[in-house]
Ligand binder design. Structure first.
Ligand SMILES: [Zn+2]
Ligand SMILES: [Zn+2]
Length: 373
């Protein structure tokens, strides 16, 4: 690990609550105590604890390692200028003031971004975010429910519970990198690091691998995750389940699981936001004379809509509060009437319609178009 700009800004000894002359043993025991106290597993949903856990891990990453601690002490003793950081004088083409030097160097020398999704490297890594789909019926999406999603993903190995060693044995510090997970090419105060090829960046090697995961610590297996679907979810909506994603590495927190809701269409109703829409066929006499028409609702029995005489096909009637209730609001039911034309006529119906036409005296709905019949 190269010296980081944050080494000047952060007092890792204070973060761990130890003096800067503390022994390695004192630092280790302080770190153990704090990391247990703020571990995400023990503080689910507590963002402050998560932040503290990250700080503690980052601090131990540096001062918990003898070589790095020496570098850290040295760099802090000499100050930014001596370490090659522009000290605010603004010389040269780069302004490191707000930049994360680790990222800059990582980009320049082909190392993965710190804290990025790349695997390996010592120190805690947050687990991957995962995504899965959940198919819901129209009614369940409107009403909400608690259900279970099934997915196959990486999870902590159920035999060794993570370390990758056969139960009863422990992983050994990697002899090649001394447990740092990285090998360094020293160039003065800077050192450019790449993941250790022996331990693949984990900092440990497993002599007696767990028979289930063969030392990986994770296994791909089917999982069941309970998910509460709020009432009124819409198709394509994403629901975040914090901490239910991929497992973290080296004590890092797990990622999140996103459940993408797929809502199947209803045979009668459709949705426009929180409004429900329904098409209601009516007869020509009902449209012309007016009528009381039963309209179905999603929850409960039909409601009656009064169609005034002379209602045109395509007119929409709004029923307040009969739509979908979500966390934000309740929608309306929009019933659109559509005059149904019979495909076949009985002879009595035919006679009646011909009589109607004759009685209309040739009046045509096309008169305004200026075309002759
Ligand atoms: Zn295992
Ligand atoms: Zn190694």
């Amino acid at each position: 690990m190269a010296p980081q700009r944050e080494w000047f800004e952060k007092d890792y000894y204070r973060v761990l609550g130890v003096s800067d002359t503390a022994s390695a043993k004192e630092i280790k025991s302080a770190y153990r105590k704090l990391s247990r106290q703020y571990h995400p597993d023990a503080n689910e949903g507590d963002a402050a604890a998560e932040e503290r856990f990250k700080e503690v891990s980052a601090a131990y990453d540096v001062v918990g390692n003898e070589e790095r601690r020496t570098e850290y002490d040295e760099v802090r003793r000499l100050g930014p200028a001596a370490a090659g950081f522009p000290g605010g004088g603004g010389q040269g083409g780069f302004d490191f003031q707000d930049a994360d030097l680790g990222d800059l160097l990582g980009g320049l020398f082909g190392r993965g971004r710190r804290g990025g999704p790349g695997r390996g490297g010592r120190g805690p890594h947050r687990g991957q975010d995962l995504e899965t789909e959940l198919h819901l019926t129209f009614d369940d999406a409107v009403g909400g429910l608690t259900t279970t999603v099934h997915l196959t993903s990486d999870a902590p190995c159920h035999t060794c519970n993570g370390p990758g060693a056969r139960p009863g044995t422990s992983p050994q510090r990697c002899a090649s990198c001394g447990g740092q997970g990285v090998v360094s090419d020293n160039q003065g105060l800077f050192s450019f690091s790449s993941p250790c090829p022996v331990c693949a960046g984990r900092g440990v090697t497993v002599d007696d691998p767990c028979p289930t995961c063969r030392g990986a610590g994770v296994e791909r297996r089917p999982r069941e995750v309970k998910v509460r679907i709020p009432a009124g979810v819409a198709d394509a909506q994403r629901i975040r389940l914090k901490g239910r994603g991929g497992p973290g590495q080296n004590g890092g927190p797990p990622g999140d699981l996103y459940v993408v809701v797929r809502v199947s269409p209803h045979s009668i109703f459709a949705r426009k936001g929180n409004d429900l829409t329904v098409t209601v066929p009516i007869t020509f006499p009902e449209a012309a004379l007016g009528a009381d028409i039963p309209v179905p609702t999603l929850d409960g029995g039909p409601v009656t809509v009064r169609i005034p005489p002379g209602t045109r096909s395509g007119r929409t009637f709004r029923m307040k509060g009969k739509g979908v209730t979500s966390a934000k609001a309740t929608g309306d039911l929009l019933a659109t009437v559509e005059v149904a034309v019979p495909a076949t006529l009985s002879s009595a119906e035919r006679k009646a319609l011909e009589a109607f036409q004759a009685a209309s005296n040739g009046a045509s709905p096309r008169d305004h178009l200026g075309v002759e019949a």
